[in-house]
Design a protein around this ligand. Sequence first.
Ligand SMILES: [Zn+2]
Length: 254
Amino acid sequence: MKKSLTKASIVLLCLGIISCKDSNKTTAVTTENAMVEVAQEPIKSILTAEEQANMSPDEIIGRLKKGNENFVSNNLTRRDHSEQRRKATIGQYPKAIVLSCVDSRVPVEDVFDLGIGDIFVARVAGNIENKDIVGSMEFATAVAGSKVVIVMGHTACGAVKHAIDNTDAASMKMNALADLLDEIKPSVKATETNGEVSSKNVAYTNAVIHNNAKQTVEDIRSRSPKMAELEADGQIKIVPAVYDMETGKVDFLR
Ligand SMILES: [Zn+2]
């Protein structure tokens, strides 16, 4: 299914003479064991209703993991965005919804090697849930047929760091940010450490980031009886994950 340059390349082991032709001339190159990569056509199709219906939640998670491997190895799939954009006007059948932090260093589609029509993406600092986010997830799953919900935190998350450090955003007239940080604080309280409770404590901060993603998953289940029901029936899966900023790898916490 994947059509990226490397995987889709045809590797020719050539002994002898390879003729390389351009518009003006033919050049003969003598070589042994030369590797010639022929780029495959970019993906032009988008996910169909049938493809969406035929994938189980576990298959989708497997594809997301594989896509992440492509991202980690700098081997993203080529896509014809113009063609995909035209095809996408008829409708959408995304396989998953990802809730991510707003952080500019977490390019969600790229992280999973996905493009137009593949996934819904919801973003809010600290990847917490709220009524509107869960409403969007209910639409993605119960209405639009997505079968996987990923809550994806990330290392070095500024929102989590400020929650840990108890930054007083309200005193700087940022009342909404103060409310948002309050949403993360239960995960700070729930995370134990023998060391310093500070964002300078990287191991502790990472533990809070993991717990925050897990807590958001629990909050989604309790806020949405419909999604909890779909998950209990095996129709969807709601999974916490953490993106490692340094390696690009997504750790699925399940
Ligand atoms: Zn963040």
